[in-house]
Design a protein around this ligand. Structure first.
Ligand SMILES: C[S@@+](CC[C@H](N)C(=O)[O-])C[C@H]1O[C@@H](n2cnc3c(N)ncnc32)[C@H](O)[C@@H]1O
Length: 444
């Protein structure tokens, strides 16, 4: 039997929304059942439904006499899958509808065929007549108009009163694929030439880090020297970490919360001849990826499973010259890459994360040499995890001194915000960096 992609998309989105599972766990399981381009189509549909969830829910409200509940909930998601295809993909409507209706066979409920067909046809009809009518429609609530949860919109409005709409719109975009060139092997210009030879188009080189944004995503195996470790995939914002950490030859370096190891590897590429790099993460399973990345890039680090909030359980008493603390965070800067974050995160998670970040920061600080530096990083755009966290830390920690990361720096740290794509300047992820120096002597 042919595997129906729409059935798999309904299962994935149901698992995320109704069962609270992560898309990063669910999608690969279903993709493994497909070949080639079908994997991409499944991804596109799942991402799309999660990006536009409130709007799609609003579209189907009123099209059914009774909502689908209990064991039939997966068919509710199948309807959203159908509506998403009609609204946002180039798949011809008749094919989108017939494939979606056919998914009922695979989902083992042929009785619902008529209902799914009827709802999708009704949606099509309503959409066509709405296009033809010049009626004054009721304005949509912000949660539907911007496709984000209300609590999150409020937080972003409060933090960025002038930019909140831009940020929410940027979160709805498909992010570019960014390359990190291993400058141990090639300078940026040399690698650009290799991309030209391979006819892989790039749109932008980020000036501070040399990160290269591709015009279109490609299979990593088509990138010149990927298997040989000449290049890695990493967003332009994450590529700022190694430069800002600025480890020097002979330094003893700690990378806290290191998995999957993108920044660990970049630190090692950026400064050869470090004394050592220790990469710790609480999740043993995620450290497998760190080891794979180190191996592909032919780099070495001490990889340890450990809780950054409890260094006494894994630390060997050697102080560090440089520490990167890429703290566990809300991930609200990377929503365009992980649209499930919008629905899996709850407002109450932010308070718990703030406490965890505070604990890790305080306990890791004692592992830093006097005169050493700690770079605090998150992929969050919420001030409470970022500038407010660092403001509170330096107020309590007398030997912590904030180092400016930009000229005319009046803010605490550097907050990068996602913006919608502008001509050939693609947006980087939302990210936060703050650099702290440990003073040699405590100020009395
Ligand atoms: C943002 S990710 C790190 C990304 C990584 N630095 C990179 O560049 O590839 C945060 C990591 O923190 C880890 N983590 C969460 N709580 C932790 C804790 N208490 N101690 C150590 N690691 C923790 C998670 O397992 C996750 O891998």
């Amino acid at each position: 039997m042919n595997i129906n992609i729409r059935a798999l998309a309904a299962k994935c989105t149901y698992a995320v929304i109704d069962q609270g599972r992560s898309l990063a766990d669910e999608l690969p399981k279903q993709q493994d059942r497909l070949e080639g381009k079908d994997k991409g189509l499944l991804q596109e549909i799942c991402y799309g439904v999660l990006r536009y969830l409130p709007e799609l829910e609003n579209d189907v409200r009123g099209l059914m006499k009774k909502p689908l509940t209990g064991k039939q909930r997966v068919f509710h998601f199948l309807i959203l899958v159908g509506v998403y295809q009609i609204k946002y993909t180039r798949i011809p409507d008749h094919a989108a509808v017939s494939e979606t209706v056919a998914a009922t066979n695979q989902l083992k409920n042929k009785h619902l065929k008529g209902l799914i067909n009827g709802v999708l046809r009704n949606f099509q009809r309503n959409a066509e007549s709405a296009n033809n009518e010049q009626t004054n429609k009721k304005p949509l609530a912000d949660a539907i108009k911007y496709n984000h949860p209300g609590w999150f919109i409020k937080k972003i409005q409060a933090a960025y009163p002038e930019h909140w709409q831009t940020i929410l719109l940027a979160n709805q975009e498909k992010p570019p694929m960014w390359l990190r060139v291993n400058q141990q092997h090639h300078q940026i210009d040399e690698y650009k030439k290799l991309l030209d030879d391979a006819q892989i188009e790039y749109s932008y080189i980020e000036p501070l880090s040399g990160a290269i944004a591709l015009s279109n995503a490609v299979d990593v195996n088509k990138l010149p020297g990927f298997q040989e470790g000449w290049v890695s995939i990493q967003d332009g914002a994450a590529q700022q970490a190694a430069r800002l950490l600025d480890a020097q030859e002979g330094d003893v370096v700690l990378d806290c919360c290191a998995a999957p190891g993108g920044k660990t590897c970049h630190i090692l590429e950026f400064t050869p001849n470090l004394n050592s790099v220790t990469a710790i993460d609480i999740e043993e399973s995620r450290l497998v990826r760190v080891k794979e990345n180190l191996q592909r890039l032919n780099l070495n680090a001490d990889v340890i499973t450990g809780d950054a909030a409890k260094p006494e359980t894994w630390w060997n008493n050697q102080l560090f010259d440089r520490i990167l603390l890429d703290a566990p965070c809300s991930g609200t800067g990377v929503i365009r890459r992980h649209p499930d974050i919008k629905w899996l995160r709850k407002a109450s998670d932010i308070d718990n994360l703030k406490v965890l970040q505070q604990q890790i920061l305080k306990n890791i600080w004692s592992l830093l040499k006097p005169g050493g530096t700690l770079l605090y990083a998150t992929c969050s755009i919420l001030p409470e995890e970022n500038s407010e966290q660092i403001r509170d830390f330096i107020a309590k920690q007398e030997d912590a001194q904030l180092i400016s990361l930009q000229e005319d720096d009046t803010n605490i740290g550097w907050q990068l915000l996602p913006h919608p794509k502008m001509q050939n300047n693609p947006s980087m992820d939302g990210f936060y960096y703050a650099k702290l120096r440990k003073q040699e002597q405590q100020i009395k």
